[in-house]
Design a protein. Structure first.
Ligand code: NAG
Ligand code: NAG
Ligand code: NAG
Ligand code: NAG
Length: 297
């Protein structure tokens, strides 16, 4: 039996399209989650912004209040929809991300909720890294004008399987977060995310493979499907790579479900072949997984 992943598990990454009607999109997400479960998936992931159009300008309209936990049905229909989906599917569900409004801090967050098979909330990840870019006379995209960052590394323990690292989109570009989760024992890292038509072809799969190469764990990136009618065109190409950074499967631009079987033996085999885990030199450089780290509480 593998120490990191206690038994093989089927992971499903759902690439769905979301548009203007939240209730419709929640129902649609539910049908795909149940379909994934029927096909044997026990860990199911939804994409970033699965219940709203993509873009910070939609936050005030679509944001939900998640605290105190559990929120009421009116405060957060998505929380309850996800909890019910997890229960109906009898699976772990990484609920993509939704726009959150915290009435106490009066701030917006890009937040991912993870539920267990009994419908219980297991983890809340608020996107840690906000994307700000403002090239004079060029591209401008300032998440920080609307959003606030989360402050924790999120590693959730799934009792039958092991630990899963969860982060959102731009977080994938920061290797420290991935390495901390992996050194804390994660067998896989999943990122709901939505790269665009420039950064997608350039870096999406590369980053999945890079984080897998660094850490010798499974990495899944789960994108919305491309909707050419929306103002943001997501690259799509949801992808799952193995601990040796080999692409197990990837999707195109359209809606679909990617399935992959994760096996602890594969992680061990890769780590035996290239023994990074025993050959690090913390006498030469520090271990990023030591010291003061904030975990989701
Ligand atoms: C979201 O809702 C809109 C409006 O009802 C619908 O056109 C669209 O197909 C939905 N998207 C998904 C993924 O269900
Ligand atoms: C999350 O961040 C993206 C950019 O990375 C932003 O445009 C998007 O609206 C946010 N989504 C949610 C659901 O919070
Ligand atoms: C993250 O950490 C801070 C500080 O420990 C805590 O207040 C907060 O509730 C945690 N969770 C999230 C989702 O940010
Ligand atoms: C995608 O985002 C990058 C910045 O991350 C920007 O330079 C580029 O112009 C954007 N591409 C499209 C097609 O919007």
């Amino acid at each position: 039996m593998s120490k990191l992943l206690r038994q093989p598990v089927t992971l499903a990454l759902i690439q769905l399209a979301s548009t203007a009607s939240k209730p419709h999109n929640l129902t649609h997400a539910r049908s795909l989650v149940l379909r994934a479960a029927q096909r044997g998936a026990r860990i199911i992931v939804l994409p970033e912004c699965f219940n709203s159009p993509y873009g910070t300008k939609y936050f005030p309209t679509y944001a939900e209040t998640l605290r105190p936990t559990p929120p009421s049905e009116t405060d957060s229909p998505s929380y309850h929809a996800l909890s019910n989906m997890a229960k109906e599917a009898n699976s772990y569900l990484v609920g993509g991300s939704i726009p959150e409004y915290d009435t106490e801090t009066k701030k917006y967050y890009n937040t991912s909720l993870t539920f267990g098979p009994a419908g219980q909330l297991l983890a809340t990840h608020r996107k840690v890294h906000l994307f700000d870019i403002d090239i004079p006379g060029g591209f401008k995209f300032k998440e920080s004008e609307v959003l606030s960052p989360g402050n924790n590394v999120t590693v959730v323990d799934l009792p039958e399987y092991g630990k899963l690292g969860i982060a959102i989109c731009y977080d994938v570009r920061f290797p420290e977060l991935a390495t901390i989760a992996a050194r804390k024992g994660a067998f896989a890292l999943v990122y709901p995310g939505a790269f665009n038509m420039t950064t997608g072809p350039m870096h999406w799969e590369l980053l999945a493979r890079a984080r897998a190469t660094d850490n010798q764990v499974y990495v899944g990136l789960c994108s919305p499907a491309r909707d050419v009618g929306a103002d943001y065109h997501a690259w799509g190409h949801t992808v799952l790579v193995d601990p040796n950074a080999e692409v197990m499967e990837s999707l195109g631009a359209e809606e679909g479900i990617l399935f992959g079987e994760l096996r602890g033996e594969r992680i061990e085999e890769v780590r035996k072949g290239i023994p990074l885990y025993t050959q690090r030199r913390f006498d030469v450089y520090p271990d990023v997984s030591e010291g003061k780290i904030r975990f989701e509480d």
